[in-house]
Design a protein around this ligand. Structure first.
Ligand code: NAD
Length: 492
């Protein structure tokens, strides 16, 4: 695809308007499919974070501002933002698909629609909700229990689902009455220009949402900024560990949505040949660049060849191509670095003795950061490709002998984010699902639902996003002892 005009901005969205950056460096963005330059924006600096954090703090503390609005007023504003984003859905999805290689048909749903679903979901959740209740004290007297916005949020998002993962944070934090400084990943910055236009149109008050694109140093500066009250991070486990350490020192609340290496457990009664569409979403969605995917396929030894045939056939039949082509099912990796990383894991899998059933070789495309969907057989769970997150279209099919062994293999991972169980017997599937140490798991499918808390265990993260639980992460609780109970009974 050749781009007509470059998407360029010389300003940052801070304090409700477009302001000149403090530095002069720029972030250039390239098409993942064609490697052409498609746009550029200012590279945010620490000084820009200072300005954004001050704007967010002022907006939080404005006595007539966002945090003091009634929940109904905030909910209406969030719905206006969703409407403004609906109008820009095509521009948003086009920009994202060009930047990170997400197939446009997937981007239209998950980036063009899902963020608005989340905004409307949280608007509905808080509308009419009282954030204050009065309780009778155990020792007599009356207590007011007040839920209040946790404060200014530092939100750091990755490039794989830039708007959906931003909305995982924006929707609940707005509903809670917080304000935010958001740092998009350098690979995907052009879509946040579209978001800023929608924010302006929706009349979200100045300074409630501020956007400063930048790299990891600027992200690290945001994490420890004195004006930030809570950090919400989605990204890799190594980065999450550093952020958690810093937040630990600062005693700063933090939510971490990190990497995964989930198991897709195929039971011996499963008819997976009839579930290929669901299998695709659960294991290869977005070119394999999705954190919750079941990239370890556990197959009963009695049906091992059958499972390999289904996955091999699926991988071979996928249309690999320009992400902007509506027929494309697997687009390129988001960056050259990511392509090299995935190819490195494919080489590692071969060198550790795994057998290539599909893919495993370069695609032959001269331009674009493509990787052939690759299925490995004869993988042991101890192999590098079964233990480390690859973040590309590469699946490891691991044999097991009985259900107990399947559970043991599924749980033998440092991660615990998603997963799935494939079976003809829903009850058996549920019983197995309950035993997997993971934050979320699906039976015969895997799809995130706004009403369900999402987040990992073990090295996959801390805390939950989505659902009512996701709102709690942006609220703090104050108790006011309104009237006194029994004399002296409350002494510590
Ligand atoms: P990454 O950790 O390198 O970067 C993610 C974001 O964090 C970027 O904006 C980056 O600039 C910033 N960052 C990196 N190091 C930082 C630091 N020390 N302090 C502050 N900010 C820092 O990850 P990535 O390569 O962009 O994204 C892919 C990773 O994200 C994968 O591991 C994937 O599993 C994970 N991910 C997790 C979820 C989830 O919900 N659990 C969702 C999507 C992606």
């Amino acid at each position: 695809m050749s781009t007509q005009t470059l998407i360029e901005s010389n300003e940052l969205f801070i304090g409700g308007g477009w302001v000149s950056p403090q530095g002069s460096d720029r972030i250039d963005v390239f098409s993942a499919s064609t490697e052409e330059l498609i746009g550029s924006v200012p590279d945010g600096t620490n000084a820009d974070i200072d300005a954004a954090a001050t704007a967010a703090r002022n907006a939080l503390q404005d006595p007539q501002g966002w945090s003091s609005w009634s929940v109904d007023e905030r909910a209406s504003a969030m719905e206006r933002l969703a409407d403004a984003m609906d109008k820009r859905s095509e521009e948003m999805t086009t920009r994202i698909s060009m930047q990170n290689g997400m197939p446009i048909a997937i981007a239209q749903q998950l980036e063009g629609v899902f963020p608005q679903v989340l905004l409307r979901y949280y608007a509905g959740l808080v509308r009419g909700t009282d954030f204050e209740e009065e309780r009778a004290g155990l020792l007599g007297g009356t207590i007011i229990v007040k839920k209040q916005p946790i404060g200014v949020v530092g939100a750091i998002v990755p490039w794989n689902f830039p708007q959906a993962l931003a909305a995982f944070k924006l929707a609940p934090l707005l509903a809670a009455g917080c304000t935010v400084v958001m740092k998009p990943s350098p690979e995907t910055v052009l879509d946040s220009l579209t978001l800023a236009e929608a924010i302006i149109e929706a009349g979200i008050p100045d300074g409630v949402i501020n956007i400063v694109p930048g790299g990891r140093e600027v992200g690290a500066y945001l994490v420890e900024h004195p004006q930030i009250d809570k950090v919400a991070f989605t990204g890799s486990t190594p980065a999450g560990r550093k952020i958690a350490a810093r937040c630990g020192e600062l005693l700063r609340p933090v939510t971490l949505e990190l990497g995964g290496k989930s198991a897709a457990i195929v039971l011996d009664d499963a008819d997976i040949a009839s579930s290929v569409e669901n299998l695709f979403s659960a294991t290869l969605l977005n070119n394999g660049q999705t954190c919750f995917l079941g990239t370890r396929v556990l197959a009963p030894r009695s049906k091992y060849d059958e499972v390999l045939a289904v996955f091999g056939g699926l991988a071979d039949a996928l249309t690999v191509g320009d992400s902007m082509d509506p027929a494309t099912q697997i687009g390129p990796m988001a960056s050259k670095r990511q392509q090299e990383r995935v190819e490195g894991y494919i080489a590692k899998g071969k060198s550790e003795g795994a057998r290539v059933v599909a893919g495993g070789r370069p695609t032959g495309q001269e331009q674009g950061w493509f990787v052939q969907p690759t299925i490995f057989a004869d993988v042991e769970n101890s192999h590098t490709i079964a233990q480390e997150e690859i973040f590309g279209p590469v699946l490891s099919v691991i044999p097991y002998d009985n259900d107990e062994q399947a559970i043991a293999i599924a749980n033998d991972s440092e991660f615990g984010l998603g997963g799935s169980v494939w079976t003809g017997d829903a009850e058996r599937g549920e019983a197995m699902a309950r035993r997997v140490q993971t934050g979320s798991i699906g039976i015969n499918h895997y799809m995130i639902d706004p009403a369900a808390p999402f987040g990992g265990v073990k090295q996959s993260g801390l805390g939950k996003e989505l659902g009512p639980e996701g709102l709690q992460a942006y609220l703090s609780t104050q108790s006011i002892y309104k009237t006194q109970g029994g004399a002296g009974a409350g002494a510590p």
